[in-house]
Write a protein that binds this ligand. Structure first.
Ligand SMILES: C[C@H](O)CC(=O)SCCNC(=O)CCNC(=O)[C@H](O)C(C)(C)COP(=O)(O)OP(=O)(O)OC[C@H]1O[C@@H](n2cnc3c(N)ncnc32)[C@H](O)[C@@H]1OP(=O)(O)O
Length: 722
């Protein structure tokens, strides 16, 4: 049995029903059955006057049990019958009952959890709760009546905002909105809820059925205008997603035809969306994201993370200052070291600017800004390094400079101190070559801007100790990053996948595809921007430096295009020079540049390539495949080499590091939906026509031959660089 409820009846005549299903008291099918049985019993018993519903261990409920989705999708678990929870249990038993019920909410009431609470006749919460309907994040809509009750409790506009953004509200805001009736301290929660329930019995408090409240709803005409606006916004923000539109349709049905009709429409839409590819992909991402910090041989050894009290960052450039910002934002005291006063001031200035931008956006108060800034201490030497627990080096990519820094760190830092490098290209073994500290050397690869980008690649060598990895994993989570563990190699996971992405785009342009058509197709697919707009943003300097690394390490599959070097000769460097693949105005708005043709034609001449009519007229589907299948191919290599622990880590690395659309489930999840055989055959075909850049790797060939999913992993995990 997966979870249950208990019921205790007090001398006051209040039955307290407690949801128990650790860790978040999710509503499994067993919990839902048990909840119904508890309610039935409470309604039957003569000694029960009123009911309080709560969750065990300070958490009301994290919603419907997401682990059951897979079973329902593949038919192994039977879905509850149509309308069973939303209509039969929550509406016709809980809400329609002749005994009042009050939800006592602590910790969280999300999704189905909040929907259960909304079916009760009142809600009492603590101040620190999270209340929300985040179902859209999973590709579904609220399915236990939330689309009908939330608008009636908080008003249509706020309900739409909460559902479409999946953002939760805290206790006091929920109170102001009318979502909860009172906010009380945690130790008074149950007694306040009991009293409230008895007050309803005594008619001292109103007996409210949320489903039939109308005072917060606008007249139909006005409501339709609000819904029309929400539809347009959702279409603009998520053009590839259907479920936000379905959610709005379901809400509208309830307003136009009454809440019961809305409930039935919700039930049908929920069932259909639960089986959609979008839901499967987003649920995969939900678990994959939580799975990145589960590393066999590391996190299963029973090690606890050591407390990190103070951090040092070496280098106050763009990366170093971004990393320092991320750390102080999570209340870590940081020593920022630079080589001279001018650079130090510039570094601290960058941290200040990063924080000030939060103040401007209303995300930080002036007082908090002052407190956060006070956590940064500048330094020109290692005197302040004697009590740091971790150092993150973020200087330029120069081997001997890094070697010197690490040798110095070994001298000045305490012996337990973790020595991390933010290098994106240099072998960590080389960096630590001049030290005896190989077991505490680790990579902490942030993505720019480091205080905003959510991914952290934690790079381990064969000598990095599991304790150090556990510590950095914990630090990563504390600074709100999703950490992914990778092995030591050129480009790690994200840059290895990024490289074929931009290379394929260059290849297509040289062979005749219009570059704007490529950027358009890729953006339509769901990437935040196309490859050419991205290269402009990153800058040609960084692009060429990375390409050099690839030519050196993977010469057989590097496509050498002269387009960028030719543009560099004319002092084009991308957005920073306002001229790259696009022209940029003061507001960074990109427009096409007619001069581009000249560089492309010259590059073709140098490579001896002529326009291929097939490539010049490539349909969007083929553009997407010719750009992403090489990425899939590289992801397969990364997996086969043991650089990534598991396929789902690469899905997360792609989503968080490259902007791959999460609703496609990540690069390998998406690839498996298309099938290994198909991808292999296309790559084979292109490699014959356009060269080794497309050649499918041995791992892919093996999976295609067996018709096996690419995400199934190597038969035997490569020892490689782990
Ligand atoms: C019909 C209904 O309308 C449909 C629904 O209700 S769909 C579900 C809606 N609910 C949600 O989307 C909430 C999803 N959960 C979350 O956002 C977060 O997990 C949380 C805010 C509840 C807790 O966050 P946090 O404390 O950081 O812990 P987190 O690591 O995320 O979760 C702890 C564990 O609970 C699991 N979990 C969380 N919510 C779950 C859920 N609804 N079902 C099953 N497992 C869940 C996680 O997978 C994780 O498991 P693990 O330890 O084995 O990895």
């Amino acid at each position: 049995m997966k979870g249950r409820t208990t019921m205790e009846v007090g001398a006051d005549g209040v039955a307290v029903i407690t949801i128990i299903n650790p860790p978040v008291n999710s509503l499994s099918l067993d919990v839902l059955q048990s909840l119904r049985a508890s309610f039935d019993e409470a309604l039957r018993r003569n000694d029960v006057k009123a009911i309080v519903v709560t969750g065990a261990k300070g958490k009301f409920s994290g919603g419907f049990d997401i682990t059951t989705f897979g079973g329902i999708q593949n038919g192994k678990t039977e879905s509850p019958k149509r309308g069973y929870v939303a209509v039969e249990v929550l509406t016709d038993i809980v809400e329609a009952s002749r005994k009042p019920s009050v939800a006592a909410i602590d910790g969280l009431a999300l999704g189905g959890g909040l929907e259960v609470a909304m079916a009760c006749h009142a809600r009492i919460s603590t101040s620190n709760v999270q209340l929300g309907l985040p179902e859209l994040q999973l590709g579904i809509i609220p399915g236990f009546g939330g689309t009908q009750r939330l608008p009636r409790l908080v008003g249509l506009s706020k309900a739409l905002e909460m559902m479409l953004t999946s953002k939760a509200v805290r206790g006091s805001e929920a109170h102001d909105l009318g979502l909860v009736d009172a906010v009380v301290p945690a130790n008074e929660l149950l007694s306040a809820a009991r009293r409230w329930a008895l007050d309803i019995v005594e008619r001292r408090k109103p007996w409210v059925s949320s489903l039939y409240k109308t005072d917060k709803l606008e007249p139909l005409g006005e409501a339709r205008e609000i819904l029309k606006f929400a539809r347009a916004q959702a279409r603009k923000q998520a053009p590839n997603l259907r479920h936000p539109q379905v959610c709005i349709d379901v809400i509208e049905e309830g307003i136009a035809s009454g809440p019961r009709a809305g409930l039935w429409k919700e039930a049908d839409a929920f069932e259909e969306l639960l089986r959609s590819d979008t839901c499967k992909s987003l649920v995969h991402i939900f678990f994959a994201q939580r799975g990145t910090s589960k590393v066999p041989g590391v996190t299963d050894l029973g090690l606890s993370s050591r407390r990190i009290k103070k951090v040092a960052v070496i280098g106050g450039g763009l990366m170093g200052s971004g990393i320092a910002t991320a750390l102080v934002l999570s209340s870590y005291p940081v020593v920022l070291k630079e080589v001279n006063n001018k650079l130090l001031e510039a570094g601290i200035g960058r941290v200040k600017a990063n924080l000030q931008s939060r103040v401007k956006k209303g995300k930080m108060t002036e007082e908090k800004f002052g407190k956060t800034m006070s956590l940064i201490q500048g330094s020109l030497d290692y005197d302040n390094f004697r009590d740091v627990d971790i150092v993150i080096e973020a200087v330029i990519e120069n081997v001997s400079l890094k070697q010197q820094i690490f040798a110095d760190l070994e001298k000045y830092c305490p012996p337990h101190c973790i020595l991390a490098s933010n290098t994106s290209t240099i072998d960590l073994n080389l960096i630590g070559e001049k030290t005896w500290s190989q077991d505490r050397i680790v990579g902490a690869h942030f993505f720019s801007p480091a205080h905003i980008m959510p991914l952290l690649e934690i790079v381990r060598t064969q000598k990095t100790s599991p304790q150090v990895i556990v510590d950095v994993l914990d630090l990563g989570k504390k600074i709100k990053k999703t950490p992914v563990i990778v092995g030591n190699c050129t480009g790690f996971a994200v840059n290895r996948m990024f490289f074929p992405y931009t290379q394929a785009a260059m290849l297509l342009v040289e062979h005749g595809t219009d570059l704007h058509k490529i950027d358009r197709a890729i953006t339509k697919f769901g990437m935040p921007m196309g490859p050419f707009r991205l290269v402009d943003l990153v800058g040609f300097g960084v692009g060429v430096a990375t390409a050099m690394q690839y030519i050196e390490h993977f010469p057989d599959r590097t496509y050498k295009s002269m387009i960028i070097p030719l543009m560099q000769e004319d002092k084009r460097a991308g957005e920073s020079t306002r001229k790259g693949f696009y022209l940029y105005d003061d507001k960074r708005k990109a427009s096409p540049d007619p001069e581009l043709k000249k560089y492309i034609e010259k590059a073709r001449e140098i490579s001896g390539i002529s326009v291929d009519p097939k490539i010049a007229n490539l349909p969007e589907k083929d553009i997407i495949e010719m750009i992403f299948f090489p990425v899939v191919n590289e992801a397969c290599r990364v997996l086969a080499e043991g650089i990534a622990v598991k396929a789902s880590d690469l899905d997360i690395a792609g989503v968080m590091g490259m902007g791959f659309p999460p609703y496609r489930g990540g690069i390998l999840f998406w690839a498996d939906m298309l099938g290994s055989k198909y991808i292999y055959s296309r790559l084979e075909e292109w490699s014959k026509q356009y060269g080794g850049f497309f050649k499918p790797c041995a791992y892919m060939a093996e999976k295609a031959a067996k018709g096996a999913p690419l995400s199934s992993g190597p038969m035997k995990q490569a020892k490689s660089r782990m």
